[in-house]
Design a protein around this ligand. Structure first.
Ligand code: GLC
Length: 478
């Protein structure tokens, strides 16, 4: 890819401000003497947000699992909740399942149809690269409890059943081979149905209790199963990011999740190595977090605390076969969203839902590639940027978003302005500043008049979606 791709393995970026901030002095980071994190909220709260994550700005979320097989019971329905919706007697979803598959066909009967036969992790990673994504987050285990990784505490996973493959391991290996996109893992703490959580699996038409495929009996859902799986994935895959979910499905008696324990282990194993690396966690572990999750919405304010907007392209997270092209957000919408989120100190985690055979629907690929093409040109204003004092100009048409990158002040115009671009006089520009348009050679003429800055906009612009005007930030000799 052209200009914008940044390799992430440089020590400086990997360590970044992250480790240095964690320690009282730089010398500690260099000698590796940061004290270990303790499994307490207080200790974990001293963990800094990894520099790479702050800089990355754009990631791909992947919802893939057994639920991708039925692929939704209707158009505007989250397919990964199929099992839960189906469990409510008399609802449309309950009827849909009965009418389509019959009363004797239970959710776990979908497992053999989750084949992953065309799953090509290398091509997934290449697609994420083309999208300009700097990380991805794969659903290691969603609320249906079916893991995409092998486990000692249960056989309910993709190696023992269904695909017969370690779907997580293969994608992580592909990403690490290419060193371009950082691998992250989603893990649902709670589950819809699990005897150990106090809700056994049932046939929802006869109400008969039925075995959960792969289940190995445990006493304590959290201690004997959930925490052990978290340790398994941390130790086996060494993810750059852990994304928790489903914390509201607590076991009977409402015990605490004790997430501080695996989290301290995760942070310690990331720093206690010859070449420490920065890792991050989201805010659904019910304890400390590095970034806040804004699900299907954005943060209207610039927020000094790092946050992430996760959003679907259509309505569903998992593949939903009922969705039509009109249900998809346009590339223009998604590019505007990315600029908006970044201007307010957020990251965008954009979701795709592969089919059960491992192929990624064309429209999802198209959206990702459109964003990538835009980032090829405008990436210098996105990656590694920080917000300016104002994120946007209210009421501006087309909309305007600001970012700051080393050496430049960036004005991202959400559209294709014509004639003159007029900006408030307080933007950082001095008599010697040069103004350029990303994706086009040469400098643009500009003037300061009536307390405003006026930039002459070329008649042909690089993008119909959004265009970036950058102002040299550094002082130059006249
Ligand atoms: C919610 C949903 C889940 C989805 C997630 C993504 O928590 O339960 O289906 O995975 O959000 O943000």
């Amino acid at each position: 890819m052209a200009v914008s791709r940044r390799q992430f393995l440089g020590t400086a970026t990997a360590l970044g401000g992250a480790v240095l901030l964690a320690s009282p002095g730089a010398a500690h980071a260099i000698t590796g003497s940061i004290p270990d994190y303790e499994p307490t909220r207080e200790s974990l709260d001293t963990h800094p947000v990894a520099r790479w994550y702050k800089d990355a700005k754009f990631g791909v979320f992947i919802h893939w699992g057994v639920y991708s097989v039925p692929a939704g019971s209707g158009r505007h329905i989250a397919s990964e909740w199929y099992l839960w919706y189906q469990s409510y007697r008399g609802t449309d979803q309950w009827k849909y399942h009965r009418d389509t598959y019959g009363e004797d066909f239970v959710y776990d009967d979908f497992i053999p149809r989750f084949t992953a036969e065309n799953y090509d992790p290398d091509s997934w990673v290449r697609l994420f690269e083309q999208a300009g994504a700097e990380y991805f987050v794969l659903t290691g285990k969603h609320h249906d409890g079916f893991a995409l990784f092998p486990s000692k505490v249960t056989d309910r996973h993709s190696v023992a059943y269904g695909p017969g493959r370690d779907l997580v391991g293969e994608l992580f290996a592909a990403a690490r081979k290419r060193c371009t996109v950082r691998p992250g893992l989603y893990y649902s703490l709670g589950e819809f149905f699990n005897p150990a959580i106090g809700r056994p699996m049932r046939n929802f038409y006869t109400d008969e209790e039925i075995p959960l495929v792969g289940y190995k009996p445990v006493e304590d859902y959290i201690g004997d199963y959930e925490l052990k799986q978290l340790y398994e994935v941390i130790d086996r895959y060494d993810p750059e990011l852990l994304w928790a979910d489903g914390q509201w499905f607590r076991p009977t008696g409402d015990p605490p999740w004790r997430s501080e324990e695996p989290m301290a282990h995760y942070y310690n194993q990331a720093k206690n190595r010859r070449r420490p690396k920065g890792v991050v966690v989201n805010d659904r572990f019910d304890t400390h977090y590095d970034f806040a999750t804004y699900e299907q919405r954005t943060n209207p304010q610039m927020d000094p605390r790092k946050w992430e907007c996760c959003i679907t392209m259509g309505y569903s997270w998992g593949y939903n076969k009922w969705e039509t092209d009109e249900d998809y957000k346009t590339s223009k919408f998604l590019i505007h969203l990315l600029a908006d989120v970044v201007s307010k100190n957020g990251n965008l985690l954009l979701n795709i839902g592969p089919r059960p055979d491992g192929t990624i629907p064309g429209i999802m690929q198209e959206r990702l590639r459109d964003i990538g093409a835009w980032l090829d040109v405008n990436g210098p204003a996105i990656y590694g940027s920080t917000p300016w004092v104002r994120a946007e100009e209210e009421g501006a048409q087309p909309g305007i978003r600001y970012t700051v990158t080393p050496g430049a002040f960036n004005v991202i115009v959400l559209g294709a302005p014509g004639g003159t671009l007029s900006l408030p006089g307080d933007i950082p520009i001095s008599a010697t500043s040069r103004v350029r348009l990303l994706g086009r050679g040469g400098t643009l003429t500009w003037t300061r008049e009536d307390g405003r800055i006026h930039i002459a906009v070329p008649s042909r612009l690089p993008s119909d979606f959004a265009n970036t005007f950058t102002v040299d930030w550094e002082r130059r000799r006249a």
